[in-house]
Design a protein around this ligand. Structure first.
Ligand code: RB5
Length: 146
C-alpha cells in the first residue's frame, strides 16, 4: 500500500506528524506538499493527491487542511476519487466499510494530533465490505460519471 499525502499550511504540522507515524509503521508514502508553513491553497494539493491515485501511482491518500472540507470538495471532483472527511474513528471506519473511501481528509483545526493518528490507524486497517455497498459505489460512478 502506497499513500499519497498532502496538506495546506493549516494541515502542514499534522502532515509532518503523520509522516513520522507512517515511517514508524513502515508504510510507504509520497508527500505532495505543502513543504512549508507559509500560506498556501488547498486545491493544489488535493488535485495532486487525487490525480496520483487516479493514475494508480498511489493506492490511497491522506489530505489535511483546517477542516478537511476544502480538500474533500476538491478531490471528489476527480474521477475515481471517494474522499471522506472523517474526524472521528467511527466515521473513518464507516468511510472504508461502506464507502470504500480512497482518501481520508482530516481537519487539523478540528482534531488533536493524537486523535488524528487513531483515526488514521482505523482508516488504514479497515477494508471495504463490498456487497450492497459495492452496488452503491458503482451507482455513484454511473450517475455522476466520476
Ligand atoms: C485555510 O485557512 C483553511 O480555509 C483551509 O485549511 C481549509 O480549512 C479549507 O477547507
Amino acid at each position: 500500500m502506497k499513500i499519497a499525502l498532502g496538506s495546506d499550511h493549516a494541515g502542514y504540522p499534522l502532515k509532518e506528524e503523520i509522516k513520522k507515524y507512517l515511517d514508524l509503521k513502515d508504510i510507504p508514502f509520497t508527500d505532495f506538499g505543502t513543504f512549508k508553513i507559509d500560506s498556501s491553497d488547498y486545491p493544489e494539493f488535493a488535485y495532486k493527491v487525487g490525480n496520483a491515485i487516479a493514475a494508480e501511482e498511489c493506492d490511497c491518500g491522506i489530505l489535511i487542511c483546517g477542516t478537511g472540507i476544502g480538500m474533500s470538495i476538491t478531490a471528489n471532483k476527480i474521477k475515481g476519487i471517494r474522499a471522506a472527511v472523517a474526524n472521528t474513528e467511527e466515521g473513518a471506519k464507516l468511510s472504508r466499510l461502506h464507502n470504500d473511501a480512497n482518501i481520508l481528509c482530516l481537519g487539523s483545526r478540528v482534531v488533536e494530533p493524537e486523535q488524528a493518528l487513531k483515526i488514521l490507524d482505523v482508516w488504514i486497517n479497515t477494508s471495504f465490505e463490498g456487497g450492497r455497498h459495492q452496488k452503491r459505489t458503482n451507482l455513484i460512478t454511473q450517475l455522476t460519471g466520476l
